[in-house]
Design a protein around this ligand. Structure first.
Ligand SMILES: [Fe+2]
Ligand SMILES: [Fe+2]
Length: 247
């Protein structure tokens, strides 16, 4: 009898706390759904966050400039010799021109100074494009594999930082009150500026990985010497990224 009463009480307590928990979850959810981008304003970025964004724009602009010039060089050598490669190279080159233009615009908007070594990136990239294309069409494709592998990884790394280290405070636009984590929903958790940069980088990352697939489909692995070529170009790209972030 006693134990039956205890069991009933425990069950009742369990149900009550569950109901209370569900109610508080619902309340938090309802609150979170109240805010839309038009109702909020964002706190300022820290000095470190600003510096990171400047570095992102500087290095990505330099990288896309490099990619643009590599394809320019490859296209100049290969398009007449291998007409069937013309549309393939043109498509990838067009995408790089668009990437380059996009980062040029961001650089002007955010007033980020370009890499001081821009002339070197131009000459180096065109040299890599022409040089690999002169070795063979497979070597040109192996160059694309190496470049896009490094750039794809580089963009992923930037996206990771933008996702994990850019939790800036969100305020009620009218009252100026800081919102609690429960009130911050998916729609407002990232400022429009940051959301747009993340979307640009992830779209470009996908384009680069598509270029990588295209190069593999066009016999990149038949380049001789494949390992030496790709590893050297990867090393050069990593060095260029490291330098362009800083100089
Ligand atoms: Fe690109
Ligand atoms: Fe690319």
């Amino acid at each position: 009898m006693f134990s039956k009463r205890v069991t009933v009480n425990v069950l009742r307590l369990f149900c009550t706390s569950r109901v209370a928990l569900e109610a508080s979850k619902k309340k938090a959810k309802a609150k979170a759904q109240d805010y839309i981008p038009e109702n909020v304003k964002y706190g300022a970025l820290s000095k470190a966050q600003k510096a990171f964004l400047d570095r992102v724009i500087r290095v990505d602009q330099a990288g896309e400039l490099g990619a643009n010039y590599i394809y320019m060089g490859q296209y100049a050598v290969l398009s007449t010799k291998y007409p069937h490669l013309k549309p393939v190279l043109q498509h990838m080159w067009d995408q790089e021109i668009y990437h380059h233009d996009t980062f040029n615009k961001l650089q002007h908007q955010r007033r980020v100074r370009p890499s001081l070594l821009t002339p070197l990136w131009k000459v180096g990239a065109i040299g890599i494009g022409v040089g690999t294309a002169l070795i063979s069409k497979e070597a040109a494709m192996a160059c694309t594999v190496a470049v896009e592998t490094v750039i794809g990884g580089h963009y992923n790394q930037q996206l990771r930082v933008l996702m994990n280290q850019f939790n800036i405070p969100v305020y009620d636009k009218e009252t100026g009150r800081g919102l609690t984590p429960e009130e911050i929903n998916k729609e407002i958790e990232t400022s429009p500026e940051l959301a747009s940069l993340k979307s640009t980088i992830s779209t470009f990352r996908d384009d680069e990985l598509e270029h990588l697939d295209t190069a593999v489909e066009h016999d990149a692995d038949k380049a001789v010497p494949y390992i030496l070529l790709t590893e050297t170009i990867k090393l050069v790209c990593r060095g260029a990224i490291w330098t362009a972030e800083r100089v």
